[in-house]
Design a protein around this ligand. Structure first.
Ligand code: C2E
Ligand code: CA
Length: 905
């Protein structure tokens, strides 16, 4: 409605006129009438019945004395009357008398004569009296009107922009009606019409006055024609501004109006019809736009709108009506956009808010991606890197942009990109940087679920620094700092590793006598130099493939492989004489006394280094007692087997009789001195051979199937104490040693879990597992440890430092406790190297969320250092020695460890 009102107000007229004029331009080609061209050039154009007799430049110049005498007009009329025209309209102003009243009179007579056969029309018009006086004045020919001569109006009202678009139906003056010229000529009563400028001015017939006068007119030459006489010469100034063809002479404009009327006129659609049409279009658009998606709406609306064009054409050609195209277009656009706005209103707002949120989230993710301390790569399903954050430079040593588009396989050993997402957990691997250098990394691969295509993020953390630290720690854990020799723990593992490759082996144990005196007399520095020289002498003598270890302050163990007895005999002779030579340090000559104890084995089967050491110890003691430089423990393979068999027999017998005993050693919280838990230790009955220590017994049992019943016995025994334990309110946490080989034994494990589950579950059990052996069947071990954890059993890594597991191994174990081996605890208060190792071990264990226990605390100084080092728990003779259950029940917590004496077992 608003559009209709807008249209009716005339606000759109200007735009409509432009549209309309352009439409008319398309209808036909118009000649330029700015100059008075008369003769039609277009022979093919349909000629109308209108003849324009032109008062043109040619006629003016050939007929003298302008303005012409009235006799010229009489001649013109006479000539025309001969041709039997339909009507004659003389568009010449005769409102004033000429110089010759005779000629005026003659003209009147001629007009009257002609009008007897042909209607002759003369122009009248209203005009202002003067520029100052706006009173209207009727101008009409001087001849007195009679019935034969019709006076017709030639007043034309231009539109607002000065162009003549419409003609109206004359006027009434002093009660007399004056028809307009075009109405009169076309014999029409239509009140007004729009001039149809698509009518070609070429369609009229033109005849110059001079040509007319010079011609001989034949009868009926102008039959049926309406003749309009008027000026077309520019110099006469009767030129009208019009649309489409820009300007036409007045007489031509009259001709156009007449021809328009002949063709039925041209009209705007009536107001009610226009309103009806606009409402119909509005409803159609509304239906189209509300029921359809905006894109469809625009398509259907477009079709509707385009289909209006032929309709418009039909209206124009067949009904002489002009359709209001512009308001229709406006309705279409207004409805489309208002509907779109309504539709979008809610959706768009929601989307807008969502988009803003997404933008915010993207920015956040981008900043996390860029600011992350980890290297993050995004990889597509073909393994091509499509994004890399700035930190990737640290690992790959190239700008992150250089990685884009490259295959990840160039840097990481990932062959099967489809299986990339199998690694949900971080894992350690090697990565090649841009220089081909291998770097240890921890990597976590996760699939990106957002896109339809498979892609992944790789979060990579360099382990270079950590691995270097681990390597340093590993070296420190395995070596003696003063001499650089491997320590006792490492010697054991070296022996284990090599035991499969050699057939025979000798252990020579060197004891440096009076070494403490060297330290006290000459100081640590010189004592260290002495030690270095002794080692040099040993290394010079023994074969290169031997292993040397410092196993005590003044003790060195040498493992010599693949030599026969006589070779060893010669070698030992050289070595002992070499070692017993005085040493010159700082111009001081220091006397050195060394004893050697040698033990041997011919086959590696079932022999333990502990046994070899034990036997070399016997030999050493013998050498010392007898004052010999060395002694040899002649142990044969048979003896060793016998040893083992007798130990196994004794175990079986003791088990059958259930004669083993248990000892319990309390663990305490270092900062509070509180007794928090205890470790269960196996003890042999009093009738056992004292030379067989628990370590040897356990090691022998581990090599046979007896370790399983032995351990089950220990567990059952502990569980049988539950009620008593509870009664005495002893700490619930109890640690039991578990040989690592048993973790892989599914039968044992099930039995163990069943027994625990059948108990009253008073205990909070922890299994201590020595980490030395963790390399065996790792995955199975991990699975079974998981089973134990699920049953509420804790895991403690025992004797940490004697073997060595990398931190990532410890991480995988998910152990709750780490026990530092007592070798690292003894003299920790003074030994800087041990301090370093223990401090970094505690730090790392804490980072992995483990509780740290220090084993074998014997002195208050050791205790104090460990307290300062933030070690959590302590265990050792300072607090309590292992004790039988009867003593544990009455064990009273010491107020201070310094006041404690080691408790007797
Ligand atoms: P472990 O697990 O390292 O046990 C601690 C050992 O250190 C015990 O020796 C204990 O008596 C000793 N100890 C505790 N505090 C101190 C101290 O302050 N100074 C010194 N010098 N020693 C201290 P034990 O009882 O001879 O046991 C030796 C090893 O035998 C144990 O070492 C453990 O690995 C194994 N073992 C003992 N009982 C069992 C058991 O029931 N099952 C298994 N599989 N192994 C056991
Ligand atoms: Ca233990």
């Amino acid at each position: 409605m608003a559009v209709a009102a807008f249209w009716f107000s005339g606000a759109l007229t200007k735009f409509e006129n432009v549209l309309w004029d352009n439409f008319l331009s398309l209808q036909t080609n118009f000649p330029d009438h700015s100059s008075a061209k008369i003769a039609s050039k277009d022979k093919t154009a349909d000629k109308s019945n209108i003849l324009i007799v032109e008062i043109d430049s040619k006629s003016i110049s050939e007929i003298e004395n302008w303005p012409w005498s009235r006799s010229i007009y009489s001649q013109i009329l006479n000539k025309l009357s001969a041709g039997n025209a339909n009507s004659i309209f003389i568009d010449v102003d005769f409102s004033s008398s000429s110089n010759s009243p005779t000629e005026d009179k003659n003209l009147l007579q001629t007009i009257q004569k002609v009008s007897k056969n042909i209607p002759v029309r003369l122009p009248v018009f209203l005009q202002n009296t003067s520029s100052n006086n706006k009173t209207l004045l009727l101008r009409q020919p001087i001849f007195k009107s009679n019935n034969d001569i019709e006076y017709v109006s030639v007043n034309i009202q231009p539109s607002k922009n000065g162009l003549v678009r419409k003609v109206s139906n004359g006027f009434t003056w002093e009660e007399k009606q004056y028809h307009s010229a075009w109405n009169a000529i076309a014999n029409s009563n239509i009140s007004s019409t729009i001039i149809n400028y698509s009518i070609s001015t070429d369609s009229f017939n033109y005849l110059s006055v001079i040509d007319l006068l010079n011609q001989t007119i034949t009868p009926n030459q102008f039959k049926g024609m309406d003749i309009l006489i008027g000026s077309t010469a520019i110099e006469l100034g009767d030129i009208m501004p019009v649309p489409v063809v820009r300007a036409v002479p007045g007489v031509v404009l009259h001709a156009l109006a007449v021809e328009t009327l002949y063709q039925g006129g041209l009209y705007l659609l009536s107001a009610p019809a226009t309103i009806f049409l606009l409402i119909a279009i509005a409803l159609a658009c509304h239906l189209l736009f509300t029921k359809n998606h905006w894109a469809k709406g625009i398509l259907f609306g477009g079709i509707l709108f385009i289909s209006l064009l032929p309709l418009h054409y039909l209206f124009y050609h067949n009904l002489n009506l002009i359709l209001p195209i512009l308001p229709i277009a406006l309705i279409f656009i207004a409805l489309y956009f208002s509907n779109l706005a309504l539709q979008l209103d809610e959706n768009l707002f929601q989307k807008f808010v969502l988009q803003m949120a997404l933008n915010h989230r993207n920015k956040l993710l981008d900043s996390i991606f860029s600011a992350s301390n980890e290297c993050i790569l995004c990889v597509d399903d073909k393994g091509l890197i499509f994004s890399a954050n700035p930190r990737s430079k640290d690992i790959f040593l190239c700008d992150s942009n250089e990685l884009i588009g490259k295959s990840i396989n160039l840097h990481l050993p990932i062959n099967d990109i489809d299986n990339l997402d199998i690694h949900k957990k971080p894992y350690d691997t090697q990565l090649k940087n841009i220089n081909g250098e291998e770097i240890p990394v921890e990597i976590c691969i996760s699939p990106i679920d957002l896109s339809s295509e498979k892609s992944f993020t790789l979060a990579i953390r360099s382990l270079k620094e950590r691995k270097e630290k681990e390597a340093q720690l590993k070296f420190a854990l395995e070596h003696d700092k003063t001499t650089g020799l491997i320590n006792r723990g490492k010697l054991f593992s070296v022996f284990k590793e090599r035991s499969h490759t050699f057939k025979n082996c000798f252990l020579a144990r060197v004891d440096i006598e009076y070494f403490n005196d060297v330290i006290s007399n000459y100081g640590h520095e010189i004592a260290d130099n002495v030690l270095q020289i002794i080692i040099k002498r040993i290394k010079k003598t023994i074969p290169d493939n031997s292993d040397i270890s410092r196993i005590g302050k003044n003790e060195i163990a040498i493992l010599i492989y693949e030599k026969n007895e006589s070779e060893i005999f010669d070698l030992i002779n050289i070595l002992s004489s070499d070692l017993n030579r005085s040493i010159a340090v700082d111009e001081k000559s220091i006397e050195i006394f060394c004893h050697l104890g040698i033990s041997s084995l011919n086959s590696t089967t079932d022999i333990h280094i502990e046994t070899l050491i034990r036997r070399s110890n016997i030999a050493l003691n013998t050498a010392k007692q007898k004052g010999l430089e060395y002694d040899w423990n002649e142990n044969t393979e048979e003896e060793s087997k016998l040893d083992r068999l007798s130990i196994l027999g004794a175990i079986r017998k003791t088990l059958r009789r259930s004669e083993f005993e248990l000892a319990f050693q309390p663990k305490y919280e270092l900062h509070s001195q509180k007794f928090t838990s205890c470790e269960v230790l196996l003890r042999t009955p009093p009738n056992w051979d004292k030379s067989i220590n628990i370590a040897t017994l356990i090691e022998t049992a581990e090599k046979s199937s007896l370790i399983a019943p032995l351990t089950l016995w220990v567990i059952s025994k502990v569980l049988s104490l539950e009620t008593e334990w509870e009664k005495h309110q002893l700490p619930k946490k109890v640690a039991i040693n578990l040989s690592v080989g048993l973790i892989g034994n599914d039968y044992f494990l099930n039995e163990l879990i069943t027994r625990i589950n059948n108990s009253q579950k008073y205990f909070d059990l922890v299994f201590e597992i020595t980490e030395t052996y963790f390399s065996n069947d790792w995955q199975h071990t991990l699975r079974n440890l998981q089973k134990l954890r699920k049953n509420g059993i804790g895991i403690s890594v025992d004797d940490y430092g004697t073997g060595y597991s990398s931190l990532s191994y410890l991480k995988d174990l998910q152990a709750s406790e780490l026990k530092i081996d007592r070798n690292f605890i003894s003299s920790i208060d003074t030994d800087k190297e041990k301090q370093l190792i223990v401090l970094s071990t505690i730090k790392m264990a804490h980072e992995l969320g483990m509780t740290v226990v220090a084993e074998g605390i014997e002195t208050q100084a050791e205790n104090d250092f460990l307290l300062m080092a933030e070690c959590n728990l302590g265990q050792g003779y300072l607090y309590a020695k292992p004790m039988p259950f009867s003593q544990l029940q009455t064990f009273s917590v010491p107020t201070s460890c310094s006041s404690l004496k080691a408790l007797p077992l």
